[in-house]
Each structure stands twice: as structure tokens, then as C-alpha cells.
Design a protein around this ligand. Sequence first.
Ligand SMILES: Cc1cc2nc3c(=O)[nH]c(=O)nc-3n(C[C@H](O)[C@H](O)[C@H](O)COP(=O)(O)O)c2cc1C
Length: 167
Amino acid sequence: MSELKNKKSLVIYFSREDENYAVGYVTKGNTEYIAEYVRDIVDADLFKAEPLIPYSKEYGKCIEEAKQRIGNAPIKNKLNDICKYEVIYIMTPVYWGSYAPEIETAVKNLDFTGKTVRIVTTHEGSGLANVVKDIKKLCVGANVLNDSIAIKGTECARAKSKIEMWI
Ligand SMILES: Cc1cc2nc3c(=O)[nH]c(=O)nc-3n(C[C@H](O)[C@H](O)[C@H](O)COP(=O)(O)O)c2cc1C
């Protein structure tokens, strides 16, 4: 989709550092690597959906907290509109089979009419899970491209060339 490279682009993403699946404590979450690669490749703006109340640093506790936040996940910062962007990249870890709940909070009142949306998930086995289907429901009016990709969490830090190919 190289013709999209020169369009004004925004990356909306969620990512959590601290204790990560199978690898211990990290200072940068898996999805953040991908968001930054896309920013660098297409010169996109970044919007990180940050939870109002941070998740527990412990993975096991975070898993349970995230379940409680489905459908009610306040975020610190707010994106008021996306009118100046043509392409919106939505990137999320798979949480309980779908997007991180903060993604829903970040995008739910935005006007996606006519916007091109591309999706990346990071995961530990579920791939895209229900993310594409659920984002299509959330981003009414968007043209969600049929080229979503799923990247295994442990591969994100080394995925720059994969992202370049995808872009
Ligand atoms: C609350 C929570 C729920 C998760 N649910 C799933 C899941 O359903 N399927 C899966 O493959 N991975 C799941 N994972 C693993 C994450 O999707 C994966 O490690 C991801 O790369 C984390 O991204 P981040 O480091 O950017 O936050 C879950 C992780 C957390 C913390």
C-alpha cells in the first residue's frame, strides 16, 4: 500500500510496559515498538491511549484488571478530532480476545467517515483474534483495509523490516 505512505497519518495505540508475557519486566511495551516504526516510516503522529489509573506492574494482576475495564476504561488524554488525517493506524495488544479497552475509549466518539484504517495487533498466540471485527463496529464509516497484521509479542522489537514491507 505504498500510495498511503505520503498521506497524513495518525497512529492510535495502546501499550503497557512492566511485567510482560514470558519475558519479565520491560521498559517499553511490544506494541510501542510497532507504533514507533510506523511513525518513523510514514512520518505519522502518535497518540498513545494511557489508562487514567495505571495497570498493575504484575502481569497476572493486570490480566484481571483489564477484564474489569472492558467497556469502562478511562484514559488520561483525549483525542478531540482526527479531521486532518487521511490514514489512521490502530495498534493494540490483544486483551481477552479483542483490543485493549482503552482503545475503545480513545476512538469511540471520533468521526471516522471516509478515513482509511489499518490495524496491527500484537499477541501471544491469538493473532488478530476479534480485533478487526470489533474495530469495524467501533469506527463507523471507516474504510478498514483488508490487510491487518498480527505480530507475536516477542518479535515486535525486531519487526521493523516486516512493518516496512507491510507499509
Ligand atoms: C490483560 C491482558 C490480556 C491478554 N490477552 C491475550 C489474549 O487474549 N490473546 C493473546 O494472544 N495474548 C494476550 N495477551 C498478551 C498480549 O496481547 C501481548 O503480550 C502483547 O504483545 C502485549 O503488548 P504490549 O507489550 O504493547 O502491552 C494479554 C495480555 C494482557 C496483559
